[in-house]
Design a protein around this ligand. Structure first.
Ligand code: BGP
Length: 466
């Protein structure tokens, strides 16, 4: 039996986002975002044609939900403000009902002893701005900074942990390379410009936040997928994995923490003639405004090998994976529902990388979790889902977090994805991730899963034995 004791004041909680949880009700004043629009246009793209309209009804159930968070031992919780709820057109008039909602939500969290972590952008571009190009348009950077300042001014007296983006690489991949977010283009040139504008917007929001002297911290949340070469002794495999790392991890990690872009990424984009349009002074802004705190989302590793299959390479339409092939490791452990490999040690490797190569900046695990389809199979006589697989998933990852901390990693907490089951973009309610189940056929009825009760004990003991 080993004891895994975590540092004092460790953050125990979970993460969610506005667009995946809140839902809309008539007259709430929320504007349209790209998800509302895409669902209206192409409902067939969404699992069982379930759209973003209702989600988990947190807009009306948040007080009840916060009580449940308390019951499962949360001392902290992350969600996002929906830009299109607060500023329905993306710029201009503020929706006062949104101000009231977020005020009540934040106040209720604090009253319950749950530290609010608030993110500003979670894939949810207001439609009006998308019509003018979204992140492709430089003016969106200015609009975002205004939105960020509005949030800091409205809620910054109470919110002390802010994040500029959640997984900014995902709108790049989904919207401009692999077609799983609107506008579902395949266009490397656009992808690079979008990524660049997101990073610039983040730096400018950080600058604004620090200037406002509100006494809190601001960071970014990145999905870091460690890149493992098929064969560490094969230089071509290693090179392939380094480039995958540059495209998908260091593209945001380096500007966020070091204020600079990685050389290998810049060289590769230059060789493709794909460098973004940069205005004078931008790079100095990125250099001067780095994050205080890093959120790390970890679900799966990225295993790659040197390129073998050139059949999909089209020189007219370059893609990151022109430079590597994916590698399926024999005997890998899989989450079959989401199709993601489970590799617990990856979380340790990320934390050690941040310790050694990124100045051991304060960080925390901002997402980690397991989406499972058909969880109603595991309901017991008391109506509770017995999700032992999730308990095992969290416990095994936590052991590696613990080890990294023992070895000096500056990791301040662990947030599981997610609290209440929620709407997973085009996967809608296919895979469930929560500590708490949401029955979408019974008006969103909540029931704490076995993992929620287990997590409460872990949080209370600030650790566990195994
Ligand atoms: C992360 C996102 C979340 C959440 C989660 C689960 O990438 O930050 O928004 O959805 O992944 O993944 P998915 O919804 O794709 O199953």
């Amino acid at each position: 039996m080993q004891v895994y004791q975590f540092p004092e004041k460790f953050f125990w909680g979970s993460a969610a986002s506005g667009p995946q949880t809140e839902g809309r009700i008539d007259g709430d004043g929320k504007g349209e975002n790209i998800w509302d629009y895409w669902y209206q246009q192409n409902p067939e793209k969404f699992f069982n044609q379930v759209g973003p309209g209702k989600t988990s009804q947190v807009y009306t159930k948040f007080l009840e939900d916060i009580q449940l968070m308390k019951q499962i031992g949360h001392n902290s919780f992350r969600t996002s403000i929906q830009w299109s709820r607060l500023i329905p057109e993306g710029t201009g008039a503020i929706n006062e009902q949104a101000v009231q909602f977020y005020n009540e939500y934040i106040d209720a969290l604090i009253e319950s002893g749950i530290e609010p972590f608030i993110n500003l952008y979670h894939f949810d571009m207001p439609l009006k701005l998308q019509e003018q190009g979204g992140w492709l348009n430089r003016q969106t950077v200015d609009a975002y900074v205004e939105y960020a300042k509005t949030c800091f001014a409205l809620f910054g007296d109470r919110v002390k942990y802010w994040f500029t983006h959640n997984e900014p690489i995902v709108p790049v991949e989904g919207g401009y390379l692999y077609q799983f977010h609107y506008p579902a283009e395949v266009n490397m040139h656009h992808a690079v410009q979008v990524a660049y504008h997101e990073a610039l917007a983040s730096a400018k929001a950080i600058e604004a936040y620090h200037q406002m002297n509100l006494g809190g911290q601001i960071g970014i949340i990145l999905n870091l997928t460690p890149s493992y070469p098929r064969d560490v002794d094969n230089p071509e495999d290693v090179k392939a994995s380094q480039l995958a790392d540059a495209f998908f991890n260091r593209s945001f990690l380096d500007p966020a923490i070091k204020g600079e872009y990685p050389e290998d990424l810049v060289d590769t984009l230059r060789s493709l003639d794909m460098l973004p349009t940069i205005q004078e002074g931008d790079l100095a802004i990125i250099k001067a405004n780095t994050i205080d705190l890093l959120g790390i989302n970890y679900y799966q590793p990225r295993r790659v090998k040197a390129k073998e299959d050139f059949s999909k390479v089209d020189p007219k339409s370059p893609m990151p994976d022109d430079f590597f092939d994916y590698y399926e490791m024999p005997n890998r452990k899989m989450n079959p529902y989401r199709g993601w490999e489970i590799y617990e040690k990856g979380i340790y490797d990320i934390l050690i990388n941040v310790r050694d190569n990124y100045g051991n900046i304060p960080c925390f695990i901002s997402e980690n979790g397991m989406g499972v389809e058909g969880e109603e199979r595991f309901i017991n006589q008391n109506g509770q889902i017995e999700d032992d697989y999730r308990i095992e998933f969290i416990r095994e990852h936590l052991k590696y977090v613990h080890q990294a901390i023992q070895e000096g990693a500056n990791c301040l907490g662990y947030h599981m994805w997610t609290c209440m089951d929620n709407w997973s973009w085009t996967n809608a309610y296919k895979n469930r991730y929560g500590f708490i189940s949401v029955d979408i056929n019974q008006d969103g009825k909540r029931t704490i899963k076995k993992s929620g009760h287990w997590f409460k004990q872990v949080a209370e003991k600030n650790g566990f034995e195994d």
